[in-house]
Ligand binder design. Structure first.
Ligand SMILES: [Zn+2]
Length: 334
């Protein structure tokens, strides 16, 4: 189990599952096997010998000493995901791994989701002994960015209200196009997520909607990184003069650090996604900002340094000697 320390904060990665190799081939269209094999630093952590990109799904527990915050909530167990069946009906040891990391369900004070795609929200609820969906973390506020929550709920209601949902739905969320979906299945999928995952939290009075770039706990802040979805937010951590940045799907795979202009087929706005990545990587290259990737395999995190026409992730912390301070990086947009 990987852990990192940022000032007084302890960050623990809690693994949920590897994504089946090949499932996401082509998601980043430019990253063909030949091209991927040309980036040495993809190996062995982020690609296989066939040039296929590697992905997994995990959450981060951020223990600030005052609050325990879970960032992203994976797929969850036993969920109904007709839009992405391989992520549905799971029975993983996620909660046991959380225990092994030293945290019970009741220890989590807040849950943050970078965006509300099904692989980032699932553990907000679980089935109890009677099979009823209940909040997994009974003492946790589910703190979501209001715009992102409204984007999600809009996918449910657009089709119901005016029958024009086909164009609205597919245009709003290209992941639907990337994965088999027509508008109906996206709308139906969204309703299922609402019913199984968010409604139990709402019923328990635990949902809290916050503005863009909100600080959720001392040193734990949402940072607007739109592109993958229209209101996608990464999460920035600051403690004791050190900082970390949890990407969410703003950087979907490390190959997008090598070539920030390569967006994912699942992005809502590929250009916004690319523009934000360029600005972010430019601003943090050579700094000691620790970048943690929500779908990154292998080392799963590192520091960004310039590399030819792009950047790379390194495990070696840039020395303080002249290193630019990352303090202004994507931190003061509110
Ligand atoms: Zn994702």
């Amino acid at each position: 189990m990987r852990t990192w320390h940022i000032g007084n904060f302890k960050i623990t990665e809690v693994h949920e599952l590897p994504i089946q190799v090949g499932l996401l081939d082509g998601l980043i269209a430019e990253a063909t096997p030949e091209v991927v094999r040309g980036f040495d630093w993809m190996y062995p952590d982020y690609a296989n010998e066939a040039g296929q990109t590697l992905w997994d799904i995990h959450s981060y527990v951020v223990d600030t000493g005052e609050q325990v915050v879970l960032v992203d909530a994976g797929c969850g167990n036993g969920k109904s995901y007709p839009m992405q069946p391989s992520f549905g009906g799971l029975d993983t040891r996620f909660l046991e791994r959380l225990e092994e990391a030293g945290y019970g369900r009741e220890d989590i004070d807040a849950v943050l989701c970078t965006h509300l795609h099904l692989d980032h929200v699932g553990w907000c609820s679980m089935r109890n002994g009677e099979g009823r969906w209940i909040p997994t973390f009974p003492n946790a506020r589910l703190v979501l960015v209001r715009d992102e929550y409204e984007r999600h709920t809009g996918l449910m209601t657009a089709s119901e209200d005016d029958g024009s949902g086909v164009a609205v739905d597919v245009g709003e969320d290209r992941i639907a196009r990337a994965f088999l979906a027509d508008a109906t299945s996206l709308s139906e999928q969204t309703k299922l997520i609402q019913e199984e995952t968010f409604q139990p939290v709402i019923d328990a009075g635990l949902l809290e909607l916050v503005p863009a770039n909100a600080e959720v706990a001392t040193g734990v802040r949402y940072v607007s990184t739109p592109g993958h979805t229209s209101a996608h937010h990464s999460v920035r951590l600051d403690s004791g003069g050190q900082s970390a940045f949890i990407t969410g799907d703003f950087i979907h795979h490390p190959i997008q650090i090598a070539r920030p202009g390569w967006s994912s087929q699942g992005d809502w706005d590929a250009e916004a996604s690319a523009g934000n990545r360029r600005a972010f990587l430019e601003s943090c290259a050579g700094t000691d900002l620790l970048v943690l990737g929500t779908h990154f395999t292998g080392a799963g995190a590192g520091y960004v340094v310039a590399d030819g026409d792009g950047y790379r992730l390194t495990q070696v912390k840039p020395e303080a000697a002249g290193a630019r301070t990352p303090r202004a990086v994507f931190s003061t947009q509110s």
